[in-house]
Ligand binder design. Structure first.
Ligand SMILES: *[C@@H]1O[C@H](CO)[C@@H](O)[C@H](O)[C@H]1NC(C)=O
Ligand SMILES: *[C@@H]1O[C@H](CO)[C@@H](O)[C@H](O)[C@H]1NC(C)=O
Ligand SMILES: *[C@@H]1O[C@H](CO)[C@@H](O)[C@H](O)[C@H]1NC(C)=O
Length: 231
C-alpha cells in the first residue's frame, strides 16, 4: 500500500516541479543568443513607459550583415505615417517633435548587425495611440557580393488609463495557486498516513525481532550447556 502511495507522491512532486522546469526552458531560450521574433505588446499605460518591440531576425545567422532601423507613426485619426526615429551607425535620432526626449533605443547595442530595433517610449500620452511602422534595412555581406533586404512591421498601440488584465490570465493564476495548495495538502495527508503505517509496522517488527533474539539467546545457551556437559 505504502509503496504505491510513495509513487503517487513522487508524481505529485514532479507535477509541482513541472512549471518551474518549463520556466527554465523558456527563459533559457529567450536569453540565448538565438534570435526569436517576439510580437510587441500593444497596450500602453498613460504616464508610464512603453516598449515598442520590433525584432527582425537575420535569415542567415552565419553571414555578416549591417542594418539600419527606422520608425514611423500614424496617430489615430491621421491617414499618413510620419517618420519619427532612425537608428544607424549605433546612433539614434528622433525626427518628430512629439517624441523629442521621449524615445530610448532598447534594441541591439554595440553592433551594426541589428536584429532588435525596439524602442522605449517614455511618459506615454493618449496622443501616442495609433499605428507604428518599424522598418529594417539590412545588407548581407557575402564573399563576392552584397544582398539588400528589408522588413516592415506594423504595431497598433492602444493607450489605456490602467493596465487591464485578461480574465484568462487572472483565472489561470487562481488555478495555479489552488492546484499548488491542493497538491501540498494532499502530500501532507499522504505523508502522515504513510508515516503512521510505517511506525506501526516498525513496532511490530521490533517486537518480533526481540522475541526472535530472546529465542536465539536461550537456544545458544542451551547449546553451550550442551557442549559443557559433553566435555
Ligand atoms: C509626463 O507628461 C506629463 C504631461 O503629459 C508631465 O506633466 C510630466 O511631467 C511628464 N513626466 C515626465 C517624467 O516626463
Ligand atoms: C495631444 O494632442 C492634442 C491635439 O493635437 C494637443 O492639443 C495636446 O496638447 C496633446 N497632448 C499631449 C499630452 O501631448
Ligand atoms: C524592400 O524590398 C523589396 C524586395 O523584397 C523591394 O522591392 C523594395 O523596393 C524594398 N524597399 C525599399 C524601401 O528599399
Amino acid at each position: 500500500m505504502c509503496v504505491s502511495l510513495s509513487w503517487v507522491k513522487m508524481t505529485a512532486v514532479q507535477v509541482m516541479w513541472l512549471p518551474l522546469l518549463l520556466l527554465c526552458i523558456t527563459h533559457a531560450r529567450l536569453s540565448s543568443s538565438a534570435c526569436v521574433e517576439v510580437d510587441s505588446d500593444t497596450e500602453a499605460v498613460a504616464g508610464k513607459d512603453f516598449k515598442l518591440g520590433c525584432i527582425s531576425c537575420k535569415m542567415r545567422g552565419e553571414v555578416d550583415a549591417s542594418a539600419t532601423v527606422d520608425w514611423w507613426f500614424m496617430a489615430k485619426g491621421e491617414s499618413d505615417f510620419t517618420h519619427i526615429y532612425s537608428y544607424s551607425n549605433m546612433m539614434g535620432m528622433v525626427t518628430d517633435e512629439r517624441f523629442t526626449g521621449r524615445i530610448e533605443w532598447v534594441g541591439s547595442k554595440k553592433t551594426l548587425d541589428l536584429q532588435d530595433g525596439s524602442l522605449n517610449i517614455l511618459n506615454v500620452t493618449y496622443n501616442d495611440t495609433g499605428t507604428y511602422r518599424c522598418y529594417f534595412d539590412r545588407t548581407l555581406s557575402f564573399t563576392y557580393y552584397e544582398f539588400r533586404t528589408n522588413t516592415t512591421k506594423f504595431i497598433t498601440i492602444n493607450v489605456v488609463a490602467k493596465e487591464t488584465r485578461g480574465m484568462a490570465s487572472i483565472l489561470s493564476e487562481v488555478m495555479m495557486y489552488v492546484s499548488i495548495i491542493g497538491l501540498q495538502l494532499w502530500l501532507l495527508v499522504e505523508m502522515v498516513y504513510c508515516y503512521r503505517k510505517i511506525a506501526a509496522a516498525g513496532e511490530e517488527a521490533l517486537r518480533e525481532s526481540a522475541a526472535e533474539y530472546l529465542a536465539i539467546t536461550s537456544e545458544s545457551k542451551d547449546n553451550c550447556t550442551g557442549v559443557a556437559v559433553a566435555e
